[in-house]
Design a protein around this ligand. Structure first.
Ligand SMILES: Nc1ncnc2c1ncn2[C@@H]1O[C@H](COP(=O)(O)OP(=O)(O)O)[C@@H](O)[C@H]1O
Ligand SMILES: C[C@@](O)(CCOP(=O)(O)OP(=O)(O)O)CC(=O)O
Length: 387
C-alpha cells in the first residue's frame, strides 16, 4: 500500500417517495443526492492500529485490532466504538475482514471524518450515517489500492451498515454512491447479515442480492426541488422500530400501504422517464397522502405540525410538497413549477417557522470531481482483480 492520503466525499440525500415501504425487500423508492457532504480522509496512522478523528467528537480515538474487531486502547472511552463511531468502526472492520479473507495485508490507518450534514450539531435528516459510511468505505478501500467499482463500494457500504443495524433500507447509501435522482429497491438486510456471519464478507459481496435494484432517473424538467427544515431532528431508527412493533402494521394495513406505495413510486418513475411533470406532481401528492394515512392509522407521529405547515404553505405557493423521509421532524420537500415564485415560497416558509435549505441535487461519490489523493498504484491486487 503506497497511498499517502486519500480523501473521498459523499453527499447527503432526500427521499422523494417510497418511505417506509422501501424497508420491505424489493419495494421501490426515489431518492436524490444533495450537495451537503461528508468527507473522509485516510492516512497512515502512528501509535495505534486505527485512529478515528471525527468532528462529532472533537478529539481522536485510538483503537486496536482484536479478535472480534476493533476495541478501544486503554485510556479511551470504550463506549464510543459501539456508539457514535459505530458506522466508521463497522466500515474499518468490514474492510479488515474482507482483506483478511483475501489474505491481503492490513495497515495502521487514520480516518478523519468531517460532515456538513448537521446544523449547529443538530442532524437535519440528510442521511449523515449513509454519507459517512459511503465516504469512509471509499477512502479506506482506495487508500489500500482496492479500486472498487461503484457497485462494489455500494455493496461494501451496505454490508458495513447492516452490521450496525439491519433496519435502514440503504436508499441513502445508493444516493450517496450514484448521486442525482435514483430509483432504489432494497435487498433483504437480515439475510445479508446472516450471510456475513455464515459465509464472510467476500462471498456475501459477490452473491446475488435478490430484490436489490438501483438505477438512475432523469431529473424532472420545469420543476425546481425546494427543501425546508422543520427545525427539529427526528429519530428515524425510533420511528421505524416503533412501526415494527405495531400490531396493525402486521396485517392488511401494511399490505395496502406497501401496494399503494409501489403503485405511486412506479407512477413517479414513469413520469420522470417520460418527462411528464404533471404526473410526477400527482404522484408526489399521493405519496404525501400515503404518509398522512399511515400516520392517521398508526399515530406514529410522522406528519408533525411543522411538517404539515411546511406542506400547506408550499401548496399555497403553487408547489406540491410532502415530508421527506421518516417524518417526525427533519425535512420536507416541495416541487415548484417554474412559473411560480421561489422567492415567495422561501419568504412564506420563513414566516411560518420553516428554514429553507439552499440545496441542489448533486452527483454521487462515484463521480466525485473533488476526489483528492496521491495513490501510486501499489502491488496489492484490486478487489475486482481478485473476484
Ligand atoms: N461526522 C461524523 N463522524 C462519524 N460518524 C458520523 C458522523 N456523522 C454521522 N455519523 C454516524 O451516523 C450516525 C447518525 O445516524 P442517524 O441518527 O441515522 O442520522 P442521519 O439521519 O443523519 O443518518 C451517528 O451516530 C454516527 O454513527
Ligand atoms: C423510513 C425510511 O424509509 C426513510 C427514512 O429516511 P430518513 O430521511 O428519515 O432517514 P434518516 O437519514 O435516517 O433521517 C427508512 C429507510 O429507508 O431506511
Amino acid at each position: 500500500m503506497t497511498a499517502a492520503r486519500t480523501t473521498r466525499r459523499a453527499p447527503g440525500k432526500l427521499m422523494i417517495a417510497g418511505e417506509y415501504a422501501v424497508l420491505e425487500p424489493g419495494r421501490p423508492a426515489i431518492v436524490v443526492a444533495v450537495d451537503r457532504y461528508v468527507t473522509a480522509t485516510a492516512t497512515a496512522a502512528e501509535g495505534a492500529d486505527i485512529v478515528i478523528d471525527s468532528d462529532l467528537l472533537g478529539h481522536e480515538v485510538r483503537l486496536r485490532r482484536a479478535g472480534q474487531g476493533l476495541e478501544a486502547l486503554p485510556g479511551e472511552d470504550p463506549s464510543l466504538a459501539g456508539g457514535v463511531l459505530a458506522h466508521v468502526v463497522s466500515v474499518v472492520e468490514t474492510i479488515d475482514r474482507l482483506r483478511t479473507e483475501r489474505r491481503l495485508p492490513l495497515a495502521p490507518v487514520r480516518l478523519s471524518v468531517r460532515s456538513d450534514l448537521h446544523r449547529a450539531g443538530v442532524k437535519t435528516g440528510l442521511g449523515s450515517s449513509a454519507a459517512v459510511t459511503v465516504a469512509a468505505t471509499r477512502a479506506l478501500a482506495d487508500h489500500y489500492g482496492m479500486r472498487l467499482s461503484p457497485e462494489d463500494g455500494f455493496r461494501l457500504a451496505l454490508l458495513a451498515s447492516v452490521r450496525v443495524d439491519t433496519g435502514p433500507s440503504g436508499a441513502d447509501l445508493a444516493a450517496a454512491t450514484w448521486g442525482g435522482w435514483v430509483s432504489y429497491r432494497s435487498p433483504d438486510r437480515e439475510s445479508l447479515l446472516a450471510g456475513l456471519h455464515r459465509d464472510g464478507v467476500a462471498h456475501t459481496l459477490r452473491c446475488p442480492w435478490t430484490d436489490c435494484a438501483v438505477g438512475p432517473l432523469p431529473p424532472p424538467t420545469g420543476l425546481a426541488l425546494h427543501v425546508g427544515w422543520s427545525g427539529s431532528p427526528a429519530s428515524t431508527t425510533a420511528l421505524v422500530a416503533d412501526l415494527a412493533t405495531r400490531p396493525e402494521w402486521q396485517g392488511a394495513l401494511r399490505t395496502r400501504f406497501i401496494e399503494d406505495s409501489e403503485a405511486c413510486v412506479s407512477t413517479a418513475e414513469r413520469a420522470l422517464r417520460h418527462d411528464e411533470p404533471e404526473v410526477l406532481l400527482d404522484a408526489v401528492r399521493t405519496a404525501r397522502g400515503l404518509l398522512t394515512r399511515l400516520d392517521a392509522e398508526t399515530s406514529l407521529g410522522i406528519v408533525t405540525a411543522p411538517l404539515h405547515r411546511l406542506c400547506e404553505v408550499a401548496e399555497s405557493c403553487g408547489a406540491t410538497a410532502k415530508p421527506s423521509g421518516a417524518g417526525g421532524g427533519d425535512c420536507g420537500i416541495a416541487l415548484l413549477p417554474a412559473h411560480h415564485s421561489a422567492a415567495l415560497l422561501r419568504l412564506r416558509w420563513t414566516a411560518a417557522g420553516i428554514t429553507p435549505l439552499p440545496l441542489e441535487v448533486t452527483t454521487g461519490l462515484a463521480a466525485d470531481p473533488a476526489a483528492e489523493d496521491r495513490i501510486v498504484p501499489g502491488p496489492s491486487p484490486s478487489l475486482q482483480g481478485h473476484t
